[in-house]
Design a protein. Structure first.
Lengths: 221, 252
């Protein structure tokens, strides 16, 4: 078989039998990270000094853990404590936990920017602090954080290949399986690399587009 | 109108850490009066304004607004702010909302007016500051500084405040845009609104103010009719400050 054809078949197999797990793991890990990230930032912004210190330490710890180590701890380690999770769930939780640390930082920096610019104005028209957050601060924080969050998703998507180590059959695992069956590694690995590239490149274009939109709204630029 | 006092400030003190920003300010404002506050930067003018609508909590002293002591603990801060319009130096429009949505937000979220009623009031407020229909759907970043500040004024007056506070409303504007904002403020003053304006625009003060207050180092050093304070200041400190401002104007 000529190279191109081999590449194409490998790509088709990876997309059909591996990509969905990559998307499921990365998307759910992303949303878990977003929810936890919001939660962390909420504690950090509204809680006192000790709450903020606790959040900071947690973030530092999470950022210091190699993702694959955390996946092993959850999948192989937790059963000793009586908590057994399947491999996909373990991957989602592990990657989501680590991502929450990064996402909380992304959200925190935009909250600081928006609060500095807009909180006084929101309060001055008589809004409660809660309304100020829901009607003025958060809508802008989400817009402002969007480029960073999309970037963070591409990081999780790539990291989801680590789920290979605990036996999740996602895109990278599928590529390896093809390689082992064919006794040839280069083409399937090239195929899966291409796949990651196409997705990440498209998302980076989306980020550029968001930046343009944000400039219209007067953020940065 | 009449001589009823809408605002009485007694012995107001504010500290930021060790810095003693306000050192016992006493000020009374009649209904319908326009008071211009001048003074060097760092003298406490902005802090004074922010104390009045409780964006900053005073450390000592009393503020009585609309016959109610607002410095007492049990006051509903939101109710007070609802009755006091604030115009910021940097406009501080809500960037994710269009011009008209900026004006409507307080009407729907604070006054709980229905959408249509809020829209109607917002339209009137925008027209009264010279923001015409084609600009209503624009985002703040698509407007000039002068337009943004006029939308900010509309946002404040749409709430029908009993007192309007202006914190250097023209300091962030390009020189050619200052006039349009001052004209709107002049109109508001002539309509009989009660206003406290912190500004360096002594031309505006001479033309529009009923009273000028000179603040230095956290204290009111001099106050009186605009002609007296601006053209014939009595204190050494006010003389120095005003001559430097007049110098600047002569050079321009």
């Amino acid at each position: 078989m000529p190279l191109f054809e081999e590449l194409a078949t490998a790509l088709i197999i990876i997309v059909r039998y591996g990509l969905s797990n990559s998307i499921i793991v990365s998307a759910l890990a992303f949303f878990l990270g977003l929810i936890l990230g919001f939660f962390l930032v909420f504690i950090e912004v509204l809680g006192g000094r000790s709450a903020s210190l606790a959040v900071n330490s947690l973030v530092t710890i999470l950022r210091g853990v190699p993702p694959v180590l955390l996946l092993f701890i959850i999948f192989y380690g937790l059963p000793s404590l009586g908590v057994s999770l399947n491999n996909i769930t373990s991957a989602i939780i592990g990657l989501g936990l680590i991502s929450s640390a990064y996402q909380s930082q992304i959200l925190r920096s935009s909250i600081q920017v928006v609060v500095a610019r807009q909180m006084e104005a929101a309060l001055s028209i008589g809004l409660s602090k809660w309304s100020a957050y829901t009607s003025v601060i958060l809508p802008q924080v989400l817009r402002l954080s969007l480029p960073g969050l999309v970037n963070e998703y591409t990081v999780i998507l790539k990291d989801s290949s680590l789920a290979y180590a605990i036996g999740v059959v996602e895109a990278f695992t599928q590529a390896v399986h093809i390689a082992q069956a064919r006794f040839e590694y280069f083409t399937p690995l090239l195929a899966v690399a291409l796949l990651y590239f196409i997705i990440c490149f498209s998302l980076s274009q989306v980020v550029n587009y968001i930046y343009l939109k944000l400039r219209v709204l007067g953020y940065g630029g | 109108m009449g001589d009823e006092k809408i605002l009485i400030i007694e012995d107001l003190h504010k500290y930021y850490g060790k810095h003693h920003i306000l050192k016992g300010v006493n000020l009374q404002v009649d209904e319908g009066e326009t008071v211009v506050v001048i003074g060097p930067s760092g003298s406490g003018k902005s802090t004074l304004l922010r104390c009045i609508n409780l964006l900053v909590k005073p450390d000592r002293g009393r503020i009585i607004f609309d016959n109610e002591e607002i410095t007492s603990g049990k006051i509903d801060v939101r109710k007070v702010r609802e009755k006091i319009g604030f115009v910021f130096q940097h406009f501080n429009l809500f960037l994710h909302l269009t011009a008209i949505e900026n004006v409507m937000l307080g009407l729907t979220k604070v006054k709980k007016y229905p959408e249509e009623k809020a829209r109607k009031i917002a339209e009137e407020a925008l027209l009264s500051v010279g923001i015409t229909e084609e600009l209503w759907g624009k985002y703040p970043a698509q407007l000039s500084g002068g337009q943004q500040q006029r939308v900010a004024i509309a946002r404040a007056i749409a709430m029908e405040p009993k007192l309007l506070l202006f914190d250097e409303p023209t300091s962030a504007l390009d020189p050619e845009l200052i006039g349009e904002v001052l004209k709107v403020m002049e109109k508001l003053a002539n309509e009989g609104r009660t206003m406290i304006v912190v500004t360096h625009e002594i031309g505006f003060a001479l033309k529009t103010a009923d009273r000028v207050v000179f603040i230095d180092d956290g204290r009111i050093v001099e106050e009186g009719k605009p002609e007296d304070v601006i053209l014939n200041p009595r204190t050494e400190r006010a003389k120095r400050f005003l001559s430097s401002i007049k110098e600047l104007y002569r050079l321009e």
